[in-house]
Design a protein around this ligand. Structure first.
Ligand SMILES: NC(=O)c1ccc[n+]([C@@H]2O[C@H](COP(=O)([O-])OP(=O)(O)OC[C@H]3O[C@@H](n4cnc5c(N)ncnc54)[C@H](O)[C@@H]3O)[C@@H](O)[C@H]2O)c1
Ligand SMILES: [Zn+2]
Length: 673
């Protein structure tokens, strides 16, 4: 018996420590929060009964750590703890009773949304953002100041005001659902790994080493705790401190409420359990904090969390439905994605018909059988996910789902590389979705941005046998006689398309590299490779190691690029594209000038310029440490204006008194000593 208990404790400890590592360090959820918390509570109960078996490293004793070796480790001035949690009302009432008993009478509570992101502690010295540190193990964390500075809602410098000379402010960094969906889709299209929910995306982003990349992924932040010396001499309550920090310029969530009874707290909880689906970001519960600082001190802390606060966590909505079938979709990089087709069912306000299954591992992990009844949840409240099959409802003789061995589109045997979870169809030149997908990717707005040519036209041209590979697009100019006979394709459309193709030849090397659609090469990787190697010739001569050494590139990307550039068919295609005049090297003027003169300044480019494309100017600014903004706001330092700038931009810039400069002024700034 006691051996059983010891084994169970050991098993739970190991499992939970592993989930923590996956969650905090790798930004990955292997189990649902509910199941994690259930196991943690089971372990806690066992340890209380049999303290002799408690592991000193038990997850019940410590805050899950996110410390990595990538950043400086910095100590917190005030330790940064977790929060106790509950999934039911009675436990919330028990919490209130414990508080009342300790204090001797009812108290006020501040109710806040529990933002589902990662916590951050930001130090301000004399009104200036000095440091930002992740929670880490609660005592010390990773210093990610530069990354946090890219978050627009966080001020870098406070306006003069009545704030203490030195204080820490804590809050949650998160990503809005719309940004998550957009960025994840881009990653999927590029054959890059996707994130399961906005929380994982946000925490993966804050741990990137390249702040430039962080800046491209819009993060947001709400602040909810103030710490400073002698805080309770400045404010009597948490509520008062929140009102003050809002005035100092910090983003504080408006949906925060002061409640005078536990019933009022429960009303707030019930309201948000329904209304949370309307928010533009995810919350996973409600945080309840004792308002009065004096009472907080009276109540104190456990090893892991304050006794004066707790959280009520919402259970992810879960429904049962039937797995009708699985479709296998082939993407443009050849990656095969299994998708579950479900009996339509209502979940968190929308009808769910399909759920992603990621890859063969996921199907095996769920042990899916044909016709299974499955539990479906909305992961991060957005993407439906199959959590488990219900074996009790499995039809007799149901067969386990077998992952296909051949491509559903072209019949080629699928391959799966060592260490990769995804199956690929290797038939790059003969598999329709890959051929068409690659050409559609090539013409995209962020790639070659070819005007006058759309995805459907590509599909049609392919069907008619006019184009089979990217280079065929550039041959269309000399084959107009074949085009004029096409239905619904007049001379004007042809002219537009040819002009669009011609214009695309000006696109810089980095865009061409991205547009080729090499597996795992997204926009940022392409840019880094282009800047580092400067030309296709040099990239071709690079070893896998050389490529992997480029910042954040990594071995998987390096292997993919290397392989691509060592296949005859690709080389022949690249030769043709070079003959058509596409850029396969970085323009020299950009390289020669690289420096730091624009460091810390923000720019927006508008209008057209005689000597530069807008992209060249943007690259020039970035290569000298400047930052590009996408709209005019008070954060903008300079508007670089060319001819034909939109009048509304001009008016807005003038209103905000933003200096308007020419491309020549910009060059002067860059070249000054
Ligand atoms: N699914 C998994 O694999 C897995 C693994 C580890 C942890 N988890 C989940 O994470 C929990 C433990 O994580 P945790 O310690 O960060 O606890 P938590 O996320 O349950 O609660 C504490 C955190 O809430 C956040 N928070 C959001 N809004 C807040 C507000 N208004 N005021 C104060 N804090 C606010 C803060 O970041 C704080 O650190 C577990 O209980 C589990 O649910 C899941
Ligand atoms: Zn195929």
């Amino acid at each position: 018996m006691s051996q059983d208990i010891q084994d169970r404790i050991l098993k739970l400890t190991t499992e939970l420590n592993d989930y923590n590592y996956q969650y905090y360090v790798l930004a990955n959820s292997v189990v649902s929060d509910f199941d994690f918390d259930k196991k943690l509570k089971e372990l806690e109960a066992l340890e209380n009964e049999y303290p002799e078996y408690r592991d000193p490293n038990s997850p019940t004793l410590k805050v899950g750590g996110d410390i990595t070796s990538k950043f400086n480790t910095v100590a917190h001035r005030w330790s940064m703890l977790s929060l106790s949690n509950t999934y039911n009302e009675q436990e919330l009432r028990d919490f209130d009773e414990r508080v009342q008993k300790a204090i001797g009478h009812p108290v006020d509570y501040v109710c806040e949304l529990k933002f589902d992101g990662l916590s951050i502690s930001i130090t301000f010295e004399n009104g200036k953002l000095a440091r930002a540190i992740t929670r880490g193990d609660g005592t010390q964390g990773d210093e990610v100041t530069n990354n946090v500075k890219t978050i627009r809602s966080i001020p870098h410098q406070l306006k003069a005001g009545a704030y203490p000379p030195s204080f820490d402010i804590r809050g949650e960094i998160f990503m809005h659902k719309s940004a998550f969906l957009r960025l994840n889709k881009e990653r999927e299209d590029n054959g890059e790994q996707t994130y399961a929910n906005p929380r994982n995306f946000a925490s993966g982003t804050i741990k990137l080493q390249d702040s430039g990349e962080v800046a491209k992924r819009p993060l947001d932040c709400f602040l909810y705790f103030l710490y400073t010396e002698n805080r309770n001499r400045i404010f009597a309550t948490h509520w008062d401190s929140l009102q003050a920090v809002k005035e100092w310029g910090f983003p504080v969530c408006d949906e925060t409420k002061l409640c005078t009874s536990i019933d009022e707290v429960l009303n707030f909880v019930h309201y948000w359990d329904i209304q949370r689906h309307q928010l533009t970001y995810d919350i996973d519960g409600i945080v309840i904090k004792v308002n009065e600082y004096a009472y907080q001190e009276e109540l104190g802390f456990t090893a892991k969390s304050p006794r004066w606060a707790t959280s009520f966590k919402f259970k992810a909505e879960r429904v049962e439905t039937i797995l009708n079938s699985i479709s296998y979709q082939v993407g443009r990089t050849g990656a095969v994605t299994p998708v579950a087709n479900l009996q339509p069912v209502l979940l968190a306000g929308t009808t769910v018909k399909r759920a992603t299954l990621h890859n063969a591992n996921e199907i095996a992990r769920l042990d899916l059988h044909a016709g299974d009844t499955v539990f479906v949840e909305k992961g991060g409240e957005i993407i439906p996910k199959i959590i488990a099959a219900n074996p009790e409802k499995r039809p007799v003789d149901a067969k386990a789902i077998q992952y296909p061995t051949a491509c559903p589109e072209c019949g080629t045997t699928l391959v799966r590389r060592d260490g990769e979870a995804v199956h690929y169809c290797p038939n790059e030149d003969g598999c329709r979705p890959q051929i068409v997908g690659k050409m559609q990717h090539f013409i995209g707005r962020k790639m070659m941005d070819i005007q006058g040519l759309g995805k459907e036209t590509i599909e049609t041209f392919y069907r008619l046998g006019l184009i089979r590979r990217i280079s065929d697009l550039y041959s269309l100019a000399t084959r107009q006689d074949e085009l004029v006979n096409l239905e619904r394709f007049g001379q004007k459309s042809i002219d537009n398309m040819i002009a669009g193709l011609e214009k695309s030849k000006e696109k810089p090397f980095e865009k061409v590299l991205f547009a080729l659609g090499i597996r795992h090469v997204g926009e940022t990787v392409a840019k880094k490779l282009a800047l580092h190697f400067k030309s296709l010739e040099q990239l071709k001569n690079a070893s896998i190691e050389d490529i992997a050494n480029v910042q954040d590139a990594g071995i998987r990307i390096a292997e993919s690029v290397y392989e691509y550039l060592h296949q005859d068919a690709h080389l022949a295609e690249l030769d043709k594209l070079a003959q058509y005049g596409l850029n396969f090297a970085i323009a020299e003027k950009v390289i020669l000038l690289a420096g730091e003169n624009l460091s810390g300044k923000t720019f927006l480019i508008s209008g057209v310029f005689a000597d530069f494309s807008r992209e060249e100017l943007g690259a020039l600014i970035e290569s000298h440490g400047g930052k590009m903004l996408s709209s005019i706001s008070a954060k903008l330092d300079y508007l670089v204006a060319g001819d034909k700038m939109g009048p509304s931009k001009l008016v807005k810039a003038e209103k905000l008194k933003i200096p308007i400069i020419s491309d020549q002024d910009l060059l002067k700034m860059i070249n000054q000593n």
